[in-house]
Design a binder for this molecule. Structure first.
Ligand SMILES: NC(=O)c1ccc[n+]([C@@H]2O[C@H](COP(=O)([O-])OP(=O)(O)OC[C@H]3O[C@@H](n4cnc5c(N)ncnc54)[C@H](OP(=O)(O)O)[C@@H]3O)[C@@H](O)[C@H]2O)c1
Length: 277
């Protein structure tokens, strides 16, 4: 079993340097995948109310022989639940589905600036954190102006911003904002949703190290200072993806991979306009 290093968040809590993504697994698939991932050594698990699999994730986690303090569970507030009271209610429902008394990290899934409720949602999350129901609070898909507004209006900086980030969509400017504010970056779709695995540049770097494309892409995220949360439903891939800590990319490798980067390579929605259904 691979042991994953820990990083420290701006609130002092520790977080594993790689996690396990669970979208788009349904409840039975998520339950089985989470058990396999625990066996492989994953300790950070990423789910969301919107994925509809919190129940399966929770069942997989509580049925495995590992202490609650040894795992790190993230879930997210869906857009329809944004607002102060609705956030408090949505959080209780997530906890119930997860069968847990707290979560390690709760994120606002998308800013939805047109709805203009993310500051109210954030205030509710600050309260839940102060009550001990959530260890760390953060956001997902937030742009610099959304982050700044939270800080200006509440004085509380998110511990994490979970963003789309892969070698061909490197998000340099947003990472610089995170660095200045002391926010840790989590990278979703770190493998480009699987589409980057056979990229010739990625494959060339992989061949230099005797590694797979997936391992190179995950190592690139780690070396860029972020936490990758790859998803796989296959146990052998889950295990292989963890072998991204036992080699290092050279400056030449990083230069080669940087040639892939373009702001046009976004896979998901643009947070400025994205409307969560
Ligand atoms: N916050 C957000 O808005 C947001 C948005 C999207 C995703 N996420 C989170 O980020 C997680 C990861 O993102 P993602 O699932 O979109 O993309 P990803 O992790 O970049 O890629 C997943 C795809 O790669 C395949 N794969 C994984 N490891 C592989 C390997 N070693 N060799 C070959 N293929 C491999 C998987 O197939 P198999 O399963 O068949 O192995 C799957 O098709 C999600 O599960 C979710 O938890 C968050």
């Amino acid at each position: 079993m691979t042991t994953i290093p820990l990083l420290t968040l701006n609130d002092g809590h520790r977080i594993p340097a790689m996690g396990f993504g669970t979208y788009p697994l349904d409840n039975p698939q998520a339950e089985a995948a989470v058990r396999e991932a625990l066996r492989a050594g994953y300790r950070l698990f990423d789910t969301a109310s919107r994925y509809g699999n919190e129940s399966g994730v929770g069942t997989g986690l509580v049925s495995f022989d590992v202490g609650r303090e040894d795992i790190f569970v993230t879930t997210k507030l869906r857009g329809a639940d944004q607002g102060f009271d609705s956030t408090l209610r949505a959080f209780e429902s997530s906890l119930e589905r997860l069968k847990m008394s707290y979560v390690d990290l709760y994120l606002i899934h998308w800013p939805l600036p047109m709805k203009d409720q993310y500051v109210e949602s954030w205030k509710a999350m600050v309260r839940l954190r102060d009550e001990g129901r959530i260890r760390s609070i953060g956001v997902s898909n937030f742009l610099p102006e959304h982050l700044q507004r939270l800080v200006d209006e509440t004085g509380v900086t998110p511990a994490v911003n979970q963003i789309e980030m892969h070698a061909d969509f490197a998000q340099g400017a947003l990472l610089e904002t995170h660095r200045k504010l002391g926010i840790l970056t989590e990278a979703w779709s770190p493998l480009g949703h699987g589409k980057l695995l056979e990229n010739p540049v990625v494959q060339r770097v992989a061949a230099r190290h005797g590694k797979s494309g997936a391992q190179v892409l995950l190592r690139w995220v780690i070396d860029s200072g972020a936490i990758p949360i790859p998803k796989s439903a296959h146990p052998e891939r889950m295990r292989a993806n963890l072998h991204s800590f036992d080699f290092q990319l050279t400056a030449d490798d990083m230069r080669d991979l940087a040639t892939l980067d373009s702001p046009h390579n976004r896979i998901g929605g643009d947070p400025a306009t994205y409307v969560e259904e």
